[in-house]
Design a protein around this ligand. Structure first.
Ligand SMILES: [Zn+2]
Length: 310
């Protein structure tokens, strides 16, 4: 039980004029305090916008929310690109992802949010920080690392095929709700690590490696369209899915593939089976994600997209 100790001093009783003055003074001070502490985001001068975080690291994502009706035409610009948004009819919210590529230079980047139909616009600044993702050391057969002329030509051609996917225009979103892990198993190769292959520096790890036996089922992380099925030098048997809204998922080193280019795939539908094709140290699934062209951690996409489940 709380105990109250009576003050040994009687309360000071100010005169009438003094009381009124003190009230006015405290009201003014309170208002000044509210205006100082109130975050810029909550002032009612523009669209109602919030972010899952006010900073991110390279290779990371944040979720943006804008309050608005389905009929509102909301424009968000980040890193000089228009960000696709999806509408959640229950909450009257628009959602979108702001992504920073794994190689994004640390710094402060502006976000513009506009609702032209209501003449509203607001600007924000988000900081992208550096992160030390650590290092992985791999040993591979020499022919898979120091490429002969024919392999070099092959790799170059394959890179062109893949890069043409990123150059295409954003399609309307086909993904819905949360993304799921394609193989329900442990992460054995984290995102972002620098790679030292046969004692030489190579490109960083742009996805996550998920443990799996040869033949384990690989399921689509979300609904979307298969845009490329290939058997490439580095990535082996590969499936590229375009989920619309500028979100792509990649599934590498598959043993077999069960889908074809142009197929519309529902979330959880089987794409193929885990394998060790291409340049792999053993059977596993390499899962990569691109959001608005940026290579980001797939696990962050899972985490943030949970908010979009009904
Ligand atoms: Zn990998």
């Amino acid at each position: 039980m709380a105990r109250y100790i009576a003050s040994p001093f009687p309360p000071a009783s100010p005169k009438r004029g003094e009381t009124a003055f003190l009230r006015r003074l405290s009201a003014v001070l309170l208002m000044a305090l509210i205006l100082t502490v109130m975050p810029f985001e909550s002032r009612p001068s523009g669209p109602d916008v919030s972010f899952s975080s006010d900073t991110l690291v390279r290779g990371d994502l944040i979720l943006l929310r804008v309050r608005g009706e389905a009929s509102d035409n909301i424009q968000v610009v980040w890193m000089e690109k228009e960000i696709p948004l999806v509408h959640n009819s229950n909450g009257c919210l628009w959602h979108g992802f702001l992504a920073a590529d794994l190689n994004q230079k640390p710094g402060v980047y502006p976000v513009a949010v506009r609702v032209p139909s209501r003449g509203l616009e607001r600007y924000f600044k988000l900081r992208v920080n550096d992160r030390d993702y650590g290092v992985r050391k791999i040993r591979l057969p020499r022919a898979k690392v120091e490429l002969d002329e024919a392999s070099l030509q092959r790799v170059k051609k394959e890179a062109q095929t893949v890069n043409s996917l990123w150059d295409a225009d954003c399609r309307p979103p086909e993904w819905k709700g949360s993304f799921r892990i394609p193989v329900d198993n442990k992460i054995v190769g984290p995102f972002g690590q620098k790679s030292i292959i046969n004692k030489k520096k190579r490109s960083p790890h742009t996805g996550v490696d998920i443990r799996g036996k040869t033949g384990s089922l690989v399921r689509a992380a979300n609904s979307g369209t298969v845009v490329l099925v290939a058997d490439h030098f580095f990535t082996g048997k590969s499936v590229y899915m375009d989920h619309g809204g500028c979100i792509f998922n990649m599934y590498f080193h598959l043993d077999s593939i069960q889908v074809e280019e142009g197929d519309f795939i529902e979330k959880g539908q089987i794409l193929g089976r885990v394998g060790a094709t291409g340049r792999a140290t053993g059977p596993h699934l390499h899962w990569g994600v691109r959001v608005n062209g940026a290579r980001v951690n797939p696990l962050t996409l899972i985490e943030l997209s949970r908010e979009l489940d009904p």
